[in-house]
Design a protein around this ligand. Structure first.
Ligand SMILES: Nc1ncnc2c1ncn2[C@@H]1O[C@H](COP(=O)(O)OP(=O)(O)OP(=O)(O)O)[C@@H](O)[C@H]1O
Ligand SMILES: [Mg+2]
Length: 505
């Protein structure tokens, strides 16, 4: 295998229905380099990389690989040139019904063509060996659909390792990962880098950029606005270039009077993932439930919302016990959930932004089953403005929005409902630093309106920033509670990782 030298994109332009997404972008990545591609939600990062990986074609501009002009008209072309992409939407890149081994070896299997004899034993061994190289102990016969997001991602990386990848694009790979999982991924990336592979790394988490990247390019509104060596600049320089203004990360917590208890959860359990969970949340209060990835936060939120059934326990909203056998019951009972896996659970990707934003409102807007189009569109306009959702039109298919803007839709659709209790499961995942503050402000605003907020997160700084009370979850149990101002990051980490338990009577 010859060592790759450099991939250049020059003057790339692309628009969708006449709306420019890329306005003449230059970008280069060299073999053995990790190049960060940064920018606010909707800046054009994924679009630029989709052109490189053959999912879209540019209207203008050229691509040169190792000094030879490259024509990339399809994903197949890109792969033949050694370009591979681990997409933002990992879940759509795997075939859920197929085994891990089949997913890892998929390109190999399809390259052999149908009708050829496939040596499954050998394929499974090779898939296992590749996963082992990544330090991933995933049973190769398991169905891909049963894997966690972190595992799915490792399967995708293993897949491209079985090809002769020269350039690898990671589009927000760490968003669904715990810190430990992210560290493991960084070690994998270091290895790819040593092998001379050129890596493009997209993320909204700035600290990791300085941990693993050699160069940084910042995009804003479809243009490249800065390319520098990471060693020569600071996080503040990056944020400034991204947003075009000076910015201090802040946690606005509007003053809210804390009133009566709105949500009372008593002894809720499901298997060993959620064990005997009891807590309450009051009007005007933001309760953060923090824990490491896998602590059971998402499972808990799904039980409270009726997406899964609890084995035991009770849920009371405003003094009335609600039986949540499905989400419709929860909504009727006054509970709203912004789920973590937005693409599969939070939004309908094939429906318009406007329609998604009015889904929970259908009851309010519809008379005799008929939705007033005007009300729907007024509501959509208002929410789009409030959350700064970047869309060329309220009628655009939600699947065409950038990842972070889809997340905003998944939050926005609940804003005008009558829910008393709001559950947010990792709402800031994949949103840019400016939009994060918008989300905190909106959550603070809901509290100020007298709602009870349950904020589930593995980002301890966020919990410390916005919560009135922090409850630590570990291994399916609530293990410790702190009032506002009491907890430090170190303490939260200690309890979240199972330490400090003895202290508690
Ligand atoms: N298929 C499409 N149809 C219409 N518009 C699109 C399509 N794909 C992307 N866009 C638009 O192009 C712009 C850039 O989107 P892109 O996904 O590249 O942003 P991004 O920088 O990756 O943002 P994020 O950080 O949120 O993932 C957005 O306004 C988006 O709505
Ligand atoms: Mg993106």
């Amino acid at each position: 295998m010859s060592i790759p030298k450099q991939l250049q994109m020059k003057g790339i332009r692309k628009s969708f229905s006449g709306v420019p997404a890329l306005r003449g972008v230059d970008f280069t990545v060299s073999g053995g380099e990790v190049h960060a591609l940064l920018g606010a939600n909707g800046a054009g990062k994924s679009t630029l990389m989709k052109i490189l990986s053959g999912a879209y074609t540019q209207e203008e501009g050229s691509i040169v690989i190792d000094e030879a002009p490259a024509h990339i008209g399809s994903p197949g072309d890109a792969k033949r040139l050694g370009i591979h992409c681990v997409y933002q939407e990992v879940d759509t890149a795997l075939v859920a019904e197929l085994s891990v081994a089949e997913n890892v070896m998929m390109d190999r299997i399809s390259a052999q063509g149908s009708g050829m004899w496939v040596n499954w034993g050998k394929l499974e061994k090779e898939a296992e060996a590749t996963l082992a190289k990544l330090g991933a102990a995933i049973p190769v016969r398991k169905k891909a659909g049963e894997l966690s997001l972190a595992e799915k991602q490792l399967v995708l990386i293993a897949r491209l390792l079985t090809e002769q990848a020269k350039y690898v694009i990671f589009d927000e790979p760490t968003a669904p990962l715990s810190l430990e999982e992210a560290e493991r991924l960084f070690r994998v990336i270091d290895q790819l880098k040593k092998d001379g592979i050129g890596i493009v790394f997209i993320t909204h988490r700035l600290p990791e950029v300085f941990r693993i990247c050699d160069r940084i390019t910042v995009m804003r509104d479809g243009e490249g606005v800065m390319t520098e060596r990471a060693a020569d600049i600071t996080a503040q320089d990056v944020v400034h270039a991204m947003l075009g203004r000076v910015f201090e990360e802040e946690y606005p917590k509007a003053d809210a009077a804390i009133g009566e208890s709105l949500l009372h959860v008593e002894g809720v359990s499901r298997g060993h993932r959620v064990r005997n969970v009891s807590f309450e949340a009051r009007s005007g209060e933001i309760v953060a439930i923090v824990g490491l990835v896998g602590a059971g936060k998402t499972e808990l939120s799904r039980l409270l919302f009726g997406a899964d059934q609890a084995d035991s326990g009770s849920i009371t909203v405003q003094g009335k016990q609600v039986r949540v056998s499905d989400p419709a019951d929860a909504i009727k009972g006054g509970i709203a959930l912004v789920p973590e896996e937005r693409r599969t659970q939070g939004i309908l990707v094939d429906e318009s932004v406007q329609h998604n934003l009015s889904l929970p409102l259908l009851k309010v807007f519809s008379r005799f089953g008929f939705i007033s189009g005007k009300k729907e569109s007024n509501n959509a306009q208002a929410v789009i403005g409030k959350l700064g959702i970047k869309t060329s039109s309220p009628l655009l298919k939600t699947g065409f929005l950038s990842g972070g803007n889809q997340q905003k839709v998944s939050i926005g659709k609940w804003l005008s409902t009558e829910a008393a209790v709001y559950l947010f499961d990792e709402p800031t995942k994949g949103v840019d630093i400016g939009a994060k503050s918008d989300i905190f402000r909106i959550i603070g605003g809901l509290a100020a309106q007298g709602k009870a907020i349950v904020y589930l997160t593995c980002e301890f700084t966020e919990a410390i920033g916005i919560a009135d009370r922090i409850i630590v979850m570990c291994d399916g149990e609530l293990v410790k509670q702190f009032d506002r101002g009491e907890a430090t990051q170190q303490q939260l980490l200690l309890y979240a990782s199972g330490g400090g338990k003895e202290e508690q009577a």
